[in-house]
Design a protein around this ligand. Structure first.
Ligand SMILES: Nc1ncnc2c1ncn2[C@@H]1O[C@H](COP(=O)(O)OP(=O)(O)O)[C@@H](O)[C@H]1O
Ligand SMILES: [Mg+2]
Length: 357
């Protein structure tokens, strides 16, 4: 059964007085439980096409022609109000930019709960249960505490997971996921993509997966649609496209992926006299309200030698940025010491720290 059918879609952006066509005659269909991946380099029209489908084109964009049908109904003729009622319930979007897609003055729990209560007759307690279940599903630890937090208290990857929770909340017919895992580390990324697979199997949800990562698309999608300069360059079953690409451009994309390898940077030189940075027993807690606390850093120590590159690696939310901010003196540690060039930076006055920076 066809969930989404797009025919000859053509879209333009206005800059000044000029309209510039950026998506040209794009056509495809998407069946129940199926995953179609939009791949192609940045600027090729993937996001614009995705936004048109869910009726969220930018103010300076317009549809010049073509049709968009959801379960046979032509959405391009629908009013903004009717589209609003559809969004979340039958079609949902995980937007590309998690940064400004959440309401800054509402807690995470309120925002996930809002969509649940808008479309279901449930009481507060039931709503809270569902919010907790959704937040754990998308891999957020301490969901009881997270739901009381505001977006600015979350890392980019956590915000992305909240947006995914909102998008899957009502098990819609179609989920459009625009680079949904770009801010996530590989373990969380796998969890999210597995979650989408479960929805496809259990609820027949169709997924339109937008990504610049052809390797990831090939692993997950039933079919690939390759965009180039706003046109469909290639469209077919994943195995066919990967095994026998019809166009030189797709062959090039594929060879770029196959050449992918991880190289480990060589250790640079032997350590010189005094280290550039010494972090000694750094700990940091954040208050979460109502007496709850989050241990962001727990007794972290390490040394960075002069002239070397030191990598802080870890899942989103594991404390990397907080640590970097403490090293720079933008944030105060609860305990521990930071030496920069053998100077105890933790003990400096505000002005001296600024000078050091
Ligand atoms: N709000 C906008 N105003 C004007 N041009 C835009 C806007 N958003 C995207 N574009 C242009 O439209 C084209 C397609 O962009 P986009 O759909 O974002 O591609 P992708 O998602 O594949 O990276 C690009 O040329 C881009 O510069
Ligand atoms: Mg995009």
């Amino acid at each position: 059964m066809t969930v989404l059918s797009v025919e000859n879609l053509t879209l333009s952006y206005r800059s000044g007085r000029e309209w510039r066509e950026v998506v040209h005659n794009v056509s495809f269909t998407l069946g129940r439980g199926e995953m179609l991946a939009f791949v192609g380099e940045s600027g090729s029209g993937k996001t614009t096409t995705a936004q048109a489908i869910i009726g969220l084109l930018a103010d300076n964009a317009r549809r010049d022609g073509g049709s968009i049908r959801l379960n046979g109904e032509d959405l391009s003729q629908w009013s903004a109000k009717r589209l609003d009622s559809l969004r979340g319930a039958r079609i949902s979007l995980v937007p590309q930019d998690p940064g400004n897609s959440l309401n800054p003055v509402k807690t995470v729990g309120a925002q996930v709960g809002e969509i649940l209560r808008l479309h279901q007759k449930i009481d507060k307690a039931e709503c809270e249960q569902q919010v907790l279940a959704l937040l754990s599903k998308v891999g957020l630890s301490h969901p009881e505490q997270r739901m009381k937090q505001f977006p600015h208290q979350l890392s980019g990857g956590m915000k992305q997971r909240v947006l995914i929770a909102i998008a899957i909340a009502l098990r819609p017919d179609l989920i459009i996921a625009d680079e949904p895992t770009s801010a996530l580390d590989v373990t969380v990324q796998k969890r999210i993509l597995d979650l989408l697979d479960v929805l496809r199997r259990e609820s027949g949800t169709a997924v339109l997966f937008v990504t610049h990562d052809l390797a990831l698309a090939a692993q997950r999608a039933d079919r690939l649609l390759v965009f180039r300069n706003g046109e469909v360059q290639e469209h077919g079953a994943t195995a066919d496209v990967v095994r026998a690409p019809q166009h030189a451009y797709t062959r090039q994309l594929l060879s770029d992926v196959q050449g992918q390898r991880v190289t480990i940077a060589p250790v640079s030189g032997r350590p010189l006299a005094s280290p550039a940075i010494q972090a000694i027993g750094i700990s940091k807690r954040f208050a979460l309200g109502k007496g709850h606390q989050l241990q962001a850093l727990d007794n972290v120590s390490f040394v960075v030698q002069r002239g070397s590159t030191h990598a802080l690696v870890g899942e989103s939310g594991s404390g990397k940025t907080t640590l970097a901010r403490i090293l720079l003196g933008f944030e105060q540690a609860d305990s521990g010491q930071v030496n920069i060039d053998d100077i105890n930076a933790t003990s400096l006055s505000h002005e001296a720290r600024r000078q050091l920076r």
